[in-house]
Design a protein around this ligand. Sequence first.
Ligand code: AMP
Length: 239
Amino acid sequence: MAGATDAPPAQPPLRVVLLGPPGAGKGTQATWMARDHGLVKISTGDILREAVAHGTRLGRQIQSRIEAGNLVGDSTMVEIVQDRLALDDAKKGYVLDGFPRTTPQARALDAMIAGEGLLTILLIEVPFEELVRRLQARRVCGRCGRNADPGLAEGIRCSRCGGSYVTRVDDSDGVVRQRLTVYLEETQPLVDYYDGRATFYRINGNLAPAAVTAQVRQALATSRALALEGGASRDGLAS
Ligand code: AMP
């Protein structure tokens, strides 16, 4: 009978925050991470767009803010994420795409997961001119919201649900600039909030997706090793 000491150490669940401006590729990386690491992808933008699409009470309340490129209120967002993290599937680990976006949201997240272990923070950095170019070229499925592959020919339909590709309302010219301004004012301060933690990583997002993924993979491996050692500095802990 194999002794308990022969068993490989249990992998602590990964809890990942993806930080970065709109258009940095957070959604693409989150999808990859979810698949490769068995994490639940939690995109607050997707949750909100779904509420708008279904015309729920929340959807009706927030629609104009989203379409204008402004943030939804902190208390609404914290409640949404708290409820989502309480679901069973989140116990195996998750990647948060689009949350936190303000310092109060980051503080609330720390409080939510206090004592549960490490939070890994990945900041994806991309020059602003490149973000504007990417956002204006982006097409999403009008039915299921999935991002289309870049450079897709006109008339091609979504490979998941067969819906037509459209431009997201908030990817139009003026709204893109507003979203980038909001990012600088509200979300950029989170870099200072997290910088200095043992599990904060800067990722160069101005590369092909596979090269970005390679950096992400390396960061997650380092983070996992720290979690296994239990050797991360107290600042890296979600407390
Ligand atoms: P995204 O798909 O992450 O770019 O989010 C689309 C829009 O949803 C944002 O421009 C905001 O209006 C809203 N949103 C998503 N996540 C948050 C959040 N954490 N806090 C406030 N508003 C959010």
